[in-house]
Design a protein around this ligand. Sequence first.
Ligand code: IMP
Ligand code: MG
Length: 201
Amino acid sequence: MIEKSNQKNINTAEILGRILFPGEEIQRKVKELGNKITLDYESKELLIVCILRGAVIFLTDLIRHIDLPLSIDFMSISSYGFNTPDSGLVKITKDLDENIEGRHVLIVEDIIDTGLTLSYLIRNLKAREPESIEICTLIDRAVRRITNLKIKYCAFNIEEKYVVGYGLDYKQKYRNLESIYELRTDRVKRDIESLKFSLNK
Ligand code: IMP
Ligand code: MG
């Protein structure tokens, strides 16, 4: 694993701020969540729906701590920041391959911010009549929430900070960092909303 001490090529733009959650802490939390999910879904089969692309790293670690028969599927969504004319618009750019009717669905997401993306998704997936549907997110940034969402599993909570690493990107980069870093917004000179906008396109 490439950690801060031996990173030579990743942070050349120097936009990485301090480490918010070190790799070891993430691994501990992910294991805890996996154990909890294993207990909660005992004697059931799970269909884990991973939201591309940010949640991929989290998914691959998480499922190795879930001791249940499970399948994985992927969905890709594009959304538009809520200061834009397309406010709240969400589009499915890659749908599931699996039929979810009558199944226990667990959505795995990287970060929930306004909640617009997930509330649209939940509405869409509920119409397909799964037996149950729950959310597991790596990070919850509840301060900016503008929708009502019930989050069953969450590894970390943050406030206003924009974060990268462990799957989370800035302009599609930095996903391969083992830890989660604060982004130095003074360096990128753009506000959080426009960052999010460029990210989700
Ligand atoms: P929401 O619809 O406002 O909840 O947006 C959630 C999505 O915005 C996430 O799935 C990410 O793609 C993106 N996002 C929000 N905040 C961050 C961040 O701090 N780092 C990286 N991506 C983020
Ligand atoms: Mg995302």
